[in-house]
Design a protein around this ligand. Structure first.
Ligand SMILES: *Cc1c(COP(=O)(O)O)cnc(C)c1O
Length: 385
């Protein structure tokens, strides 16, 4: 009990700490790699779990004016957050239920098929000052995008092109994290060939990993996501120019001393091999500690690596604090997601993208803000298109 009283600021809730200055630094690092190409920041899925609005505001302060989200709803939230002066593209395209939101928030749909093209053209023809669009060509990923044949057809249909008013033509790389994969060059060639079927428009191909593939992949805009958030995008060793930005901090809620042979947690998947000191920590898989790290992952306590023992539960994780050198007490802080994301992803059979996006909504979010006052986007009129 006295321990609790000694920790007046202790709460049972985990904290997600997001280092906004580092996100800006990552933006600058990527920018320095792409010369004159613009950066369109991928802030979909709530900026990979880190909070789309604060992240986008920090990027805005660094000069970013182009953002990519997946859905119209994400776009609307971002518009309310960053104000009128940014271009916000909706990657998943236009759909009837989203029409009002797209138009109301001046979001720019990415057109992924002839069907979407025709649908959006019919809307665009019926309103004043419809937003610009981006045309997405599929060059081999076989996910969203126009096929080569569709692209040819769009290029021939002058009226359709005019109604869509595209300001970018883009494609997406399937294997960019693997620089040696011949698919990269294939997609580059297909992209050039397909774009040549359309009226001259600025081009965009690279995600973060594509930036590391070099200049031929940069065109007029790159679209990094994971690199901004310190994830690993390329498997070329030593290439990464960005650093981690997210840490999950969780409080120790209880400390128990158990005897050798006793089981820990659900299904008793861990049996204490010796007498142990166990810290029960207030973060679980609902907060972003992967259940795959049960009995295998690690966390950090006072700069020391400690083992996760037993099955990670929804709200709690147990760690082996037997040999921890410094004090272990209720209210003490255990750090998850503090290591290199790629190492952690490998340990838990996932990818660093998922480690970020699954960071729970329940966490208190603690944003480290740059001091500069240019952080906040100005609230002016919508710039005409
Ligand atoms: C998510 C996404 C990106 C960003 O990719 P990263 O690998 O996170 O850099 C870029 N373009 C498209 C079309 C995407 O879906």
């Amino acid at each position: 009990m006295s321990k609790l009283i000694n920790q007046p600021s202790y709460s049972t809730r985990p904290t997600l700490r997001v280092d906004l200055p580092q996100i800006r630094a990552n933006y600058e690092s990527l920018k320095s790699r792409v010369g004159a190409a613009k950066i369109g920041a991928s802030v979909k899925a709530n900026a990979y779990g880190l909070g789309a609005v604060p992240v986008a505001k920090a990027l805005y302060g660094a000069g970013c004016r182009i953002f990519f989200v997946a859905t119209a709803g994400e776009g609307k939230m971002l518009r309310d957050g960053v104000g009128p002066n940014s271009a916000i593209y909706v990657l998943n395209g236009p759909a009837p239920r989203d029409k009002g939101v797209l138009l109301g928030a001046k979001l720019k749909p990415v057109i992924n098929s002839l069907e979407q093209a025709r649908y959006w053209a019919s809307i665009a023809r019926s309103v004043n000052e419809p937003p610009y669009t981006a045309i997405h060509i599929d060059t081999g990923m076989n996910r969203l995008g126009l096929s080569f044949e569709d692209t040819v057809e769009l290029g021939r249909d002058k009226s359709l092109w005019k109604a869509l008013n595209p300001e970018w033509v883009m494609s997406h790389l399937a294997c960019a994290s693997d620089a040696k994969n011949p698919m990269n060059k294939t997609q580059l060639q297909r992209f050039r060939k397909a774009a040549a079927q359309l009226p001259l428009t600025p081009l965009s191909l690279a995600n973060t990993a594509g930036i590391y593939l070099g200049k031929p992949y940069h065109f007029q805009m790159v679209r990094p996501g994971i690199g901004l958030y310190g994830g690993v995008a390329t498997h070329k060793p030593g290439q990464e120019v960005t650093k981690p930005v997210a840490t999950l901090l969780a409080p120790i809620l209880q400390i128990r001393y158990i005897k050798a042979g006793e089981p820990i947690g659900y299904n008793g998947t861990y049996i204490a091999p010796r007498d142990m000191r166990v810290a029960v920590v207030g973060a679980g898989y609902a907060d972003g500690v992967p259940v795959n790290q049960s009995n295998s992952g690690t966390a950090i306590l006072h700069d020391e690596e400690v083992k996760i023992i037993g099955r990670v539960s929804m709200d709690l994780t147990m760690i082996d604090a037997t040999d921890a050198k410094l004090s272990v007490e209720v209210g003490g802080v255990v750090v998850f997601r503090g290591k290199h994301l790629e190492t952690e992803a490998n340990q838990s059979g996932t990818i660093n993208y998922e480690l970020l996006t699954r960071l729970g909504q329940r966490c208190r979010r603690d944003y480290w803000k740059p001091k500069s006052k240019d952080l906040d986007a100005p609230k002016k009129e919508f710039r005409k298109r």
